[in-house]
Design a protein around this ligand. Structure first.
Ligand code: KG4
Length: 335
């Protein structure tokens, strides 16, 4: 079954053709990151307008790269939530028109379910049940993936997402948007241990997380140093910050494995590209004797193929939508 998949929830327009949920025939991506970098973050209206401009051409490219014509497409999958609402609406409206015009089923896909499904593309042997650590620009979740379309949130951030925190910390360190990758590179130049940063715990909810205090601490530290003219060890601050994020995520993921008795952990989302988090997850899982799946970097960030992968399993579960499908800025992964 060939699925034409669309992703437009933030600043990447992505269109892919995926066969039977596991084989990527094409994966076309147009990133707008350079444009948003001028403003230090994503400007929602600009994002929507760029999606409008490129989505039709990108669809032609995805079909061409896959060696397909429109007649070969069996279904259309699309991110319908969560994300920047104007941006999601562009992809959703285009995908609807495509499904309507071709007379094929329309499959709604939750963006974070898509991130988790990126693992199915990289690891053919991976099947539920497993735990997922989904860490992206807008979401930070520990998810029990009981089956391909049956999920439960075990832990979540109570405020900022890990990626949002990386981007803000990177900004005060003078790094370009999106800041996660350059901050990761800067951190590699230091062993850290210089700055004491907060590690928040949520009372009575050991698997939940909070990143806003950490974000504020880094911002205050950098501003204070500037005000009093004290030199800032930028590499050490980047390193200590990334370590503090990892020290929040990794022990909770291990605790979730312990609580559920699961033996497989899959990482997902843009922040799963972070070298410190990847290293810490590898060590912690090896220590517990658990199998860890870390998607290759190109599958961590937003892409269309992951939507095609999850779309296949949503289709098998009978989750198709009518032409009245709407877009949502927020939506529980379990819905
Ligand atoms: O999954 P993603 O591409 O988009 C969302 O669905 O949100 O994640 C984007 C986030 C950004 O905050 C970006 O700075 C972060 O992932 N990111 C990283 C790294 N690469 C990307 N964060 C930490 N370390 C990295 N190497």
């Amino acid at each position: 079954m060939k699925i034409l998949a669309f992703e437009s929830s933030c600043d990447e327009t992505a269109v892919a053709v995926v066969e039977d949920g596991r084989r990527v025939l094409s994966d076309a991506i147009a990133s707008q990151a350079d444009m948003h970098a001028l403003y230090g973050g994503v400007v929602p209206e600009i994002a929507s307008r760029k999606h409008v401009e490129v989505i039709a051409g990108l669809t032609e490219q995805a079909l061409r790269d896959a060696g397909c014509t429109r007649a070969d497409i069996d279904a259309v999958a699309v991110t319908y939530a969560p994300g920047l609402i104007g941006a999601v609406l562009v992809g959703l409206s285009f995908a609807k028109s495509m499904a309507y015009g071709l007379g094929v089923p329309l499959i709604p896909v939750h963006h974070i379910r898509g991130h988790i499904a990126a693992n199915y593309l990289a690891f053919p042997e991976l099947e539920p049940p497993f735990l997922a650590l989904a860490i992206s620009g807008g979401n930070t979740l520990i998810v029990d993936v009981r089956d391909y379309t049956d999920m439960e949130i075990l832990g979540a951030t109570r405020d900022d997402a890990a990626g949002e925190c990386f981007d803000k910390a990177a900004r005060v360190l003078g790094l370009p948007y999106p800041g996660g990758k350059p901050l990761d590179e800067l951190a590699q130049g230091s062993k850290g241990g210089v700055y004491r940063l907060p590690h928040a715990k949520v009372d009575g909810a050991p698997l939940d997380m909070s990143f806003s205090g950490l974000k504020t601490a880094v911002v205050n530290l950098a501003h204070h140093a500037e005000q009093i003219g004290e030199p800032l060890d930028r590499a050490a601050l980047a390193r200590d910050f990334a370590q503090a994020v990892s020290d929040t995520l990794v022990p909770r993921a291990m605790e979730a494995l312990q609580q559920t008795g699961r033996h497989i952990l899959a990482a997902a989302g843009g922040v799963a590209a972070n070298s410190i988090i990847r290293g810490d997850l590898e060590r912690a899982c090896a220590q517990r004797g658990c199998k860890l799946y870390l998607p290759p970097l190109r599958l961590c960030g937003d892409n269309g193929a992951m939507i095609g992968a999850q779309g296949y399993y949503e289709y098998l579960a009978g989750h198709t939508a009518g032409m009245d499908l709407n877009a949502y800025a927020t939506r529980d992964i379990a819905d």
